[in-house]
Design a binder for this molecule. Structure first.
Ligand code: SF4
Length: 315
């Protein structure tokens, strides 16, 4: 079943349990010991000020909006200390495309964290790297190298959404395009950095476009081997600027999408379940639809919660 059409037919038409069974078979080959991994971390969104105007984003605020913020180093340090006290081993640090922050601020922040609050820093998605490159007139490779030299450990797959330009032109036309997003990931991999990769679906794309996204990720992975984990989740449409009319997709579609992702991305080692958007029960069921990892027990999350999606759990 290597042809795109066969995959599309399987994704759209196979009985749910057949699709899940095939994904579970692949999961079992890769992770035969029945162990589900997870980490404790904290999502720190250093600023919500953003000029990218993504139609699906309930989190961002335009410059000069009364609810805009940028965290101080001390506020970020305190969040890290609290995370570490609760067993946190990593921070995910991402923010809006804020044109008022100079590049040195990011480098100083990374050095500050490593010096005073040492922890694994998973940060600055390809969309942010692209924004920095444009704003500070640098090439993306230099941006990556400087961030890494200052303390960045790995790069998150944020801003991937659907890696098909037709879709991005509609929902996020100001953000890194599909080719650019993948190019930046490949640059980072070639520098020896590991990254995760994501897919946010339900933006009005077709099933074939979801498959195209997965196949493009697979192609990069075949060249670099730099993606450690894939996670997908559906659009959370509430409170979004232009997508609140979009119907929320359900659990069956989530499980089908997880399963086809496991089948296509057979060269990506880990598939994470999105309990944060789907809830604990569907998150658990996804472990029989190709997932082997429960992602992160996030101490803090600000983005999907801005769209009124909040699930909580304890270790
Ligand atoms: S998704 Fe990111 S880049 Fe897009 S508007 Fe929100 S904060 Fe800005």
């Amino acid at each position: 079943m290597t042809e795109s059409r066969d995959l599309l037919d399987f994704y759209e038409n196979a009985p749910l349990l057949e699709l899940g069974g095939e994904a579970d078979r692949i999961r079992n080959e890769k992770h035969p010991h029945g162990v589900v991994s997870y980490i404790i971390d904290r999502n720190i969104n250093y600023t919500n000020v953003c000029v990218a105007d993504c139609g699906f984003c309930a989190f961002a605020r335009r410059p000069k909006h009364g609810e805009g913020y940028t965290l101080s180093f001390e506020q970020i340090g305190a969040k890290i200390d609290e995370a570490k006290m609760l067993g946190g081993v990593q921070i995910l640090i991402q923010g809006g495309h804020n044109p008022y922050i100079p590049f040195d601020w990011y480098l100083d922040l990374l050095r500050y964290i490593k010096r005073h609050h040492p922890i694994h820093i998973h940060g600055f998605s390809p969309s942010e790297v692209d924004f920095f490159a444009k704003l500070f007139r640098m090439d993306a490779l230099t941006v990556i190298r400087e961030l890494r030299a200052a303390g960045l450990d790995s790069i998150p797959g944020g801003g991937g959404e659907i890696l098909v330009q037709r879709v991005r032109d509609i929902v996020a036309p100001k953000k890194a395009g599909a080719d650019r997003w993948l190019e930046i990931m490949e640059l980072a991999h070639n520098e020896g950095m590991k990254t995760s990769v994501t897919m946010m679906y339900g933006l009005g794309e077709t099933a074939a476009e979801r498959l195209e996204h997965l196949q493009r990720v697979r192609e990069v992975q075949a060249r670099t081997g730099g993606f450690t984990a894939f996670i997908c989740w559906p659009l959370q449409p509430e409170n979004t600027p232009t997508m609140s009319h979009q119907p929320k997709t359900g659990a069956a579609e989530y499980l089908r999408t997880v399963a086809i992702s496991r089948i296509v991305l057979d060269n990506v080692p880990n598939l994470q379940s999105s309990w944060v958007t789907m809830g604990m029960k569907i998150g658990q069921i996804a472990l029989r639809f190709g997932c082997n990892d429960f992602g992160s027990l996030m101490i803090e999350e600000n983005v999907v919660s801005a769209a009124n999606t909040t699930n909580r759990t304890t270790t």
